[in-house]
Design a protein around this ligand. Structure first.
Ligand code: AMP
Length: 260
């Protein structure tokens, strides 16, 4: 059995519950993961979700899943085109997609939010949503790495076309070339990992997303984690930093919604 929550509720939006639901935790971890594209947030989310049993909620994975649909809506097609160029997707659309998945934010299994927020406006929208739902993030984990390493990571990254597991041609090669070690499906290079899209994404990160570290350091919840070393080392570093914090807040008595 996989060690990861299913994420069905995240991919299916408002009506569908995860089956099986993630086990409710006495102290669910609710984390926001920050860091430049390619720093390894997706890989860390996978590892952390095994340990913390919290669900990996990635807005990038949502858009990529939509790209596989045979007939995306016109608005979604605009979003997919922006993503393929390495640009950010329209703000109202992203915020709406996250709001439609409020049950995942309230889930008693906790969450690891990856790729959202991407700028101050989105951070304010998330904060407003969490206030409405009466939950609070336990920490904002910010992964740090020099630029040259980021570019090397992005250009060698390969992603499973089925289960989204992430590999790297040099540092984490799959045991059979071009095949996923977890599910055997074919590996692919993301369109937005091509060199011209990488440049756009890094520029966008600098101007839009980096200021979030200052925004969150004002809340006292920012944990800066160096992202060098193997994925397991980075994960251990993250868990040590988390465990040095107070235990996560007990869910609010009114947030008793079934896990999603
Ligand atoms: P990621 O997998 O997080 O790197 O996201 C891949 C792409 O999805 C990004 O380059 C954007 O085009 C789009 N995307 C994901 N999350 C957001 C967001 N919060 N705001 C705008 N665009 C996003």
């Amino acid at each position: 059995m996989s060690g990861h929550p299913t994420r069905i509720g995240w991919f299916s939006a408002r009506e569908v519950e995860c089956n099986p639901p993630p086990p409710a935790r006495e102290h669910p971890y609710r984390l926001v993961l920050l860091g430049p594209p390619g720093v390894g947030k997706g890989t860390q989310a996978l590892l952390l979700s095994e340990d913390l049993r919290a669900c990996h909620l990635s807005t990038g994975d949502l858009f990529r899943a939509t790209r596989c649909q045979s007939a995306p809506s016109p608005a979604m097609q605009v979003a997919i085109d922006a993503m393929n160029r390495g640009e950010l997707v329209r703000e109202d659309l992203v915020i709406q997609m996250v709001r439609e998945r409020s049950k995942c934010i309230q889930c008693l299994g906790g969450f690891l939010l990856d790729g959202f927020p991407r700028n101050i406006h989105q951070a304010e929208a998330l904060s407003a949503l969490m206030d409405e739902l009466r939950v609070a993030p336990d920490a904002v984990v910010s992964y740090e790495l020099p630029w040259e390493e980021i570019v090397a990571r992005l250009s060698g990254r390969r992603t499973c076309s089925e289960c989204r597991a992430v590999f790297h041609v040099a540092s984490q090669p799959p045991s059979r070339s071009d095949r996923c070690d977890r599910c055997g499906a074919s590996l692919m290079q993301r369109d937005d990992d091509r060199p011209e899209a990488i440049r756009v994404r890094l520029r966008t990160y600098e101007s839009e997303t980096r200021p979030l570290a200052d925004y969150y350091s004002g809340t006292g919840k920012l944990l800066s984690v160096p992202a060098h070393g193997t994925p397991r080392e980075i994960c251990r570093r993250t868990l040590a930093a988390l465990h040095a914090l107070a235990p996560p807040a007990t869910p609010h008595p009114t947030s008793s919604r079934a896990p999603g």
